[in-house]
Design a protein around this ligand. Structure first.
Ligand SMILES: CCCCCCCCCCCCC/C=C/C(=O)SCCNC(=O)CCNC(=O)[C@H](O)C(C)(C)COP(=O)(O)OP(=O)(O)OC[C@H]1O[C@@H](n2cnc3c(N)ncnc32)[C@H](O)[C@@H]1OP(=O)(O)O
Length: 358
């Protein structure tokens, strides 16, 4: 003979909770079929140790998959939760209007509709707070990363600029000739690290586009690694001094400007320098780079370094100097694109400052 256990129920907008009063329940079987919940288990209930079972036809559709009907048995009871098919509040649990005798509200877990709504609001508030926390965490991680990057670049370029200035004051023009040997290792470090700037733009870490950063990175590293790095004959030339000095002269203002920007702070004079110095320095830098490329052309022709061998019928080889000639043209295209970009950035920045001032 099977008996019916006492069952207590409560609801939320998304699910139904049932508490079955059975101690030490075993061989539990709970499933939902055609919106009817079937329960069967061996246990100790109101009528002692027996096989207990019950069925409940729900008022509205519930999710019948096993993953949506969960139960957990404790020493004192079996707790069942069933997900509602649609979010909402039910006026009663069962399809039949008369409440089954074995069913009663679970006042330990009971909430009426307005309480449940309050609970949802509270939960949402907590979740919003947690996601704000996560956001703040990732913002401070990003700020820390950008600040460190800018600080390292600032220190690197300051070292270069100060070192070159002291050497210029001390040795005069003689310092032009050994710039590469005294400075290049730090310059290599800073310019390799500058790859991060392209990645920052690509991954949206900073509000700028990839192309200007890529043009600058490619333009500088081509001169640094290919022209100066690979040709010993170029390393003693005064042009190295001008290229390095012009690069570092702009960066010692650009990176501290970014460092302050990481904390939404600005010094007007620094902002002005960052968005004005490039006007004379960028064309001068491009000119110095163009001179370096032009000076390297006869050396590449003479040494045949990086030349591409051609089939005998066509000639001996394709000199790398041809690539350099193309690069010279591209340089001025790159200069034009970046000049236009920086001009727009300057206008945007000063327009924003003016608007703030009014
Ligand atoms: C693709 C292949 C092309 C082939 C062609 C190759 C030929 C290339 C030839 C190039 C010839 C030129 C050679 C010249 C070289 C020289 O450098 S000469 C020396 C003078 N140089 C300069 O004046 C240029 C200096 N460089 C720059 O200004 C930049 O590198 C830039 C890419 C040209 C422009 O920077 P950009 O980031 O786009 O503008 P900003 O206004 O500074 O920043 C926009 C916003 O982003 C924030 N931000 C940027 N970087 C950082 C960072 N590291 N950390 C934190 N924040 C950053 C910045 O604060 C701005 O934010 P908002 O203020 O909120 O707008």
């Amino acid at each position: 003979m099977t008996l019916t256990p006492l069952v207590y129920w409560a609801q939320r907008h998304e699910e139904i909770f049932l508490r079955v009063e059975l101690t030490d329940a075993q061989n539990i079987d709970v499933h939902v079929h055609e919106n009817i919940l079937h329960f069967q288990a061996q246990g100790h209930g109101a009528k002692g140790q027996h096989l207990y079972d019950f069925t409940l036809e729900f008022l509205l559709p519930v999710k019948a998959q096993a993953s949506e009907v969960a139960y957990r048995s404790t020493q004192r009871q079996v707790n069942i939760s069933v997900k509602k098919e649609q979010w909402g509040w039910w006026e009663r649990l069962t399809k039949q209007e008369r409440k089954p005798l074995f069913l009663a509200p679970d006042f330990d877990c009971w909430l009426d509709e307005s309480d449940a709504e309050m609970e949802i609001k509270e939960e949402r508030k907590i979740r919003r707070k947690a996601s704000r926390h996560d956001e703040e965490g990732s913002i401070s991680l990003k700020t820390g990363f950008l600040f460190t990057y800018n600080l390292v670049q600032f220190l690197g370029f300051s070292w270069i600029f100060v070192n070159m200035t002291i050497r210029l004051l001390k040795f005069g023009q003689d310092s032009f000739y050994d710039t590469f040997h005294t400075i290049s290792s730090v310059m290599f470090f800073c310019q390799i690290l500058a790859v991060v700037e392209v990645l920052n733009a690509a991954f949206g870490l900073v509000r700028t586009s990839v192309t200007p950063n890529l043009i600058q990175l490619f333009g500088r590293n081509f001169v640094l690694f290919v022209i100066f790095g690979c040709l010993e004959e170029m390393q003693n030339k005064p042009v190295v001094f001008f290229v390095f000095y012009l690069w570092s002269a702009i960066e010692i203002f650009r990176y501290p400007f970014y460092m302050l920007g990481c904390f939404n702070t600005e010094w007007k004079i620094l902002t002005w320098l960052r968005y004005s110095l490039w006007m004379p320095l960028y064309p001068l830098g491009a000119l110095a780079e163009a001179v370096a490329v032009a000076q390297s052309i006869p050396i590449f022709d003479k040494t045949n370094l990086f030349s591409i061998p051609l089939p005998r019928a066509l000639g001996t080889s394709l000199s790398f100097s041809n690539v350099l000639r193309v690069h010279l043209v591209l340089m001025f295209l790159g200069l034009f694109l970046n000049f236009r970009h920086l001009y727009k950035q300057r206008q945007r920045r000063f327009r924003a400052t003016k608007r703030k001032a009014h």
